[in-house]
Design a binder for this molecule. Structure first.
Ligand code: NDP
Ligand code: GDR
Length: 341
């Protein structure tokens, strides 16, 4: 029988790629969607016609129990979160509730529905759980590259909430023997990335300027460095983490780091423009506390999961710029949900 997966965050970037990947692998895929008239749900219905939807919200414990009872999943991927770091300062409590406490609610739903009431042998519970942990937990790093043993020093309410979810996932594994793993994923991008994140903001601006639709791009910290990979590669690692014998946590990234400035140069080069004529450094876009440098050491994933990223930084930027030029040339509004490539 086909394995059945339940994905929270199905309307987001990763949820869409993961759903496509699991469908390709023969899974029966369900997505948790929230809200009364969430406009992003129609995007999922159009793009992912074979995915079944179930209503629920990470803020609502009962809805998660009902969803797990109804779907009876073999695997749960918890991708739902408030994921935009600057928003986590503006709505710190909501971020704690969704990105942090949401993990507790999802784990509790699985625990209750699996009938796990006391300690068991590790990995004995039936439903396998994946938590979307983040390199933002490393925050202010004292060592580089970062691996599974690197200490956390989160620099935003988002990073703190993710650290809570990360430790809680480990704790449910240790306390109840649940098959619960965290993937510590570094930044991953795609043509479906939200327009608020720096990669997409830059590729959209380069495309707009090239087509005469905009004349400048305002950015914050150009010196911050990130390990950027392709979302389509990273969702494969999520599935692999749930197929191993014993649950463990894994770092997923490329092992290469680039500055925001290098990202801008690559994107503007892709449309043959001189970036310095258009980019304006804007102090108001700097964060209250910055993560200056992230670079993954994904050796454990390579050795134990056989996972390696296929798309390079240069290929990723070119893919995103090309997609944005195409969307804009077709008259689509890339910030509207209807235009998901
Ligand atoms: P997106 O911001 O694209 O998607 C976030 C998803 O969370 C959306 O589907 C959103 O649904 C959902 N969501 C928000 N609030 C709730 C709620 N109260 N209940 C249920 N669902 C909710 O994120 P990504 O796809 O980029 O990331 C997926 C996960 O991976 C997130 O947890 C993120 O923090 C984490 N992550 C991402 C990385 C990246 O580089 N992309 C790196 C490391 C970790 P709705 O449409 O209803 O708003
Ligand atoms: P990040 O991604 O915070 O790493 O979190 P984002 O793309 O927002 O920022 C990356 C870096 O770029 C700098 N920057 C700007 N960022 C934005 N958004 N807009 C700007 O104008 C701008 N100018 C400079 C930032 O200061 C930062 O240093 C992402 C999210 O997907 C998280 O959910 C995920 O956990 C982490 O990646 C890993």
């Amino acid at each position: 029988m086909a394995r059945r997966a339940l994905i929270t965050g199905i309307t987001g970037q990763d949820g869409s790629y993961l759903a496509e990947h699991l469908l390709d692998q023969g899974y029966d895929v369900w997505g948790l969607v929230r809200g009364q008239a969430n406009p992003r749900v129609s995007r999922v219905r159009r793009l992912l016609q074979d995915v079944q939807l179930v209503r629920g919200d990470l803020l609502d414990q009962g809805s998660l129990i009902s969803a797990v009872e109804r779907v009876q999943p073999d695997e749960v991927y918890n991708l739902g979160a408030i994921s935009f770091v600057p928003m986590s300062w503006e709505q710190a409590e909501l971020t704690a509730e969704v990105t942090g406490m949401g993990v507790l609610r999802m784990l509790e739903a699985i625990r209750v529905c699996s009938g796990v009431t006391s300690s068991r042998a590790p990995g004995s519970a039936q439903i396998r759980f994946y938590q979307a942990s983040s390199s933002e937990m490393f925050g202010q790093v004292r060592e580089t590259p970062q691996n599974e043993r690197t200490p956390f020093h989160p620099r935003s309410p988002y990073g703190v909430a993710k650290a809570y979810g990360h430790f809680l996932t480990q704790n449910y594994r240790e306390s109840y023997g649940m098959f619960a793993v965290s993937g510590i994923l570094f930044n991953h991008e795609s043509p479906r990335r939200g327009a608020e994140f720096v990669t997409r903001k830059v590729t959209l601006a380069a495309a707009r300027i090239k087509l005469g639709l905009a004349s400048e791009l305002r950015l914050g910290n150009l010196e911050a460095r990130r390990d950027w990979g392709y979302a389509g590669d990273y969702v494969q690692a999520m599935r692999l983490m749930l197929q191993v014998e014993a649950p463990e946590d894994y770092v997923i990234g490329t092992g290469r780091t680039h500055s925001v400035r290098e990202l801008v140069i690559a994107a503007f080069e892709a449309v043959q423009l001189d970036w310095e004529r258009y980019v304006i450094a804007d102090q108001t876009l700097h964060r209250p506390a910055e993560v200056d440098l992230l670079c993954a050491d994904p050796k454990k994933a390579r050795v134990q999961l056989g996972w390696e990223p296929a798309v390079t930084f240069e290929e990723l930027v070119a893919m995103m710029v090309e997609s944005d030029v195409r969307l804009l040339s077709e008259g689509a509004d890339p910030e509207q949900d209807s235009s998901w490539p």
